[in-house]
Ligand binder design. Structure first.
Ligand SMILES: NC(=O)c1ccc[n+]([C@@H]2O[C@H](COP(=O)([O-])OP(=O)(O)OC[C@H]3O[C@@H](n4cnc5c(N)ncnc54)[C@H](O)[C@@H]3O)[C@@H](O)[C@H]2O)c1
Length: 442
């Protein structure tokens, strides 16, 4: 099939590459000419595991190409994915959907033959109805489908190729046929296609994110209980997760959720459902956000306790800048926020990240960065593990390598991610949220 992907950011670039991998001919449309140039050259504008490999496989053959010209896409494709951003409004009261409205308004007058417009951006409940009006007026031959995206950054390519379900909010047999055709190789593997009306698809995406955030805040709230009682949240999470109704996924306590999606999606959804009168649901999600904000403060206190002295003037290494491993995305990154708080409190913070240094430096040029974890740790009084990259959690040589460089062997693992025995065995004290500190083996 000939498809276009409009908006080639963290969602759109992996989606375009995945569509080419599925066998479609793909044109990506992106406003930023620098991004278009990089993508056509086989490199993403950010690090995302597996993305560059697919770009390098499909751009040289012409199966996948990128442009700034939406008219080229309108002429070329029979199905158009809308993947533009929906940031939080500046006043925090819901999404700014201007990119979505703008993309559809510029595409619609160019659609002269029957085609399908498939929205993947996460939008406010009610946005699809507005887009339907624009298309009905400007492009009556176009069908609109809402096809929310559930990919996880850091796994964006794999999740686009192997989603655990496809949801399509649609209203006509022609729209259903188009969705079945574009996702045919995925559906052929037995992946479930959930068909709904468009407004259900809008709510469903927000509900999925709300549940994930609630689960994270739940175990983080239990971490707070453990801190108050001396219990160990690691054992609590493990034991309760053995109940299949609870499970272990999303149950690792830590510094809370961040990134370009969950925080803004929960904030926008909470605001909208409160407006619509769903006050109990809004109160629940307000508590989820409050708990999340408090985990950052708890992490700041944990560093101060582990350091056993004010952090003012102390050299602190922060390992990790991206909001999670597998991506260079630093939007609302808990690791960077913690680094910023420690910097504000007077600590001499040095940050390392395997992939996100460039993105972090662009956003926060005022911080100090190091090219390696060793360089960041040299002379540090506390090492903070802020992002659970495998480079930090699965390198068996790291505890010993850093031990030789630091002034004091104190690790604060705000992600509850390291094998504590591997670190205490090399002489480290290990501090984790919701757990008693671990001391070096005698
Ligand atoms: N990032 C994720 O993991 C993820 C997952 C699921 C859903 N989503 C949703 O997908 C949407 C996009 O998120 P993102 O993280 O990719 O945002 P992003 O900011 O990384 O990317 C959006 C891109 O769209 C481009 N753009 C804006 N208007 C355009 C236009 N008219 N024509 C062409 N390009 C245009 C921007 O330049 C930008 O590169 C959001 O609604 C988000 O909530 C994101």
């Amino acid at each position: 099939m000939r498809v276009s992907v409009i908006g080639c950011g963290h969602l759109g670039a992996p989606h375009a590459a995945a569509m080419a991998e599925l066998g479609h001919e793909v044109i990506g449309v992106e406003l930023d000419p620098g991004t278009v140039k990089r993508l056509n050259g086989g490199r993403g504008a950010f690090y995302e595991e597996g993305l560059d490999a697919l770009l390098q496989k499909h751009t040289p053959t012409g199966r996948l190409r990128f442009t700034t010209d939406i008219a080229e896409a309108a002429e070329f494709a029979d199905l158009h994915f809308i993947c533009v951003g929906t940031p939080l409004r500046e006043d925090g009261r819901g999404y700014d959907v201007s990119q979505v409205l703008g993309a559809v308004r510029s595409l619609a007058p160019l659609l002269s033959r029957p085609c399908t417009v498939v929205g993947k951006s996460t939008v406010t409940v009610g946005t699809v109805a507005r887009l339907q009006q624009i298309l009905a007026a400007e492009a009556p031959a176009a069908e609109l489908v809402w096809n929310p995206e559930f990919l996880r950054e850091g796994h964006a390519v794999a999740d686009s190729l192997h989603p655990d379900r496809i949801v399509a909010g649609l209203a006509s047999p022609a729209a259903r046929h188009a969705i079945e055709e574009v996702y045919a190789p995925i559906l052929a593997r037995g992946t479930e296609l959930v068909l709904t009306d468009p407004q259900t698809a809008e709510v469903l995406k927000s509900a999925a994110n709300a549940f994930l955030a609630t689960k994270i805040s739940f175990i983080n709230a239990i971490a707070e209980v453990c801190e108050a009682t001396g219990a160990d949240v690691g054992d609590v999470a493990y034991a309760i997760g053995l109940d299949e109704r609870i499970g272990h996924a999303g149950m690792r306590p830590g510094i809370g959720f961040g990134g370009g999606c969950l925080p803004k999606d929960i904030a926008a959804f909470t605001h909208r459902i409160d407006e619509l009168g769903a006050h109990q649901a809004a109160a629940l999600l307000t508590a989820v956000q409050d708990i999340n904000a408090e985990r950052l403060e708890a992490a700041v206190r944990l560093v101060a306790t582990a350091h056993a002295a004010p952090v003012d003037g102390a050299r602190i290494a922060v390992l990790g800048a991206s909001f999670k491993p597998g991506t260079s995305d630093v939007r609302s990154s808990p690791a960077l926020r913690l680094a910023g708080r420690l910097h504000q409190d007077g600590a001499r913070v040095v940050i390392h990240d395997p992939q996100a240094l460039e993105a972090a430096r662009a956003r926060h040029p005022e911080y100090t960065y190091a090219a390696t974890a060793e360089e960041a740790a040299a002379g540090a009084r506390v090492v903070v593990l802020g992002t659970d990259w495998h480079d930090y959690t699965a390198d068996p040589g790291l505890p010993a390598a850093l031990a030789r460089l630091v002034e004091q062997q104190v690790l604060v693992d705000v992600r509850n991610a390291v094998n504590t025995g591997a670190w205490t065995g090399e002489g480290w004290q290990v501090w984790q949220p919701g757990r008693p500190p671990r001391h070096p083996a005698p």
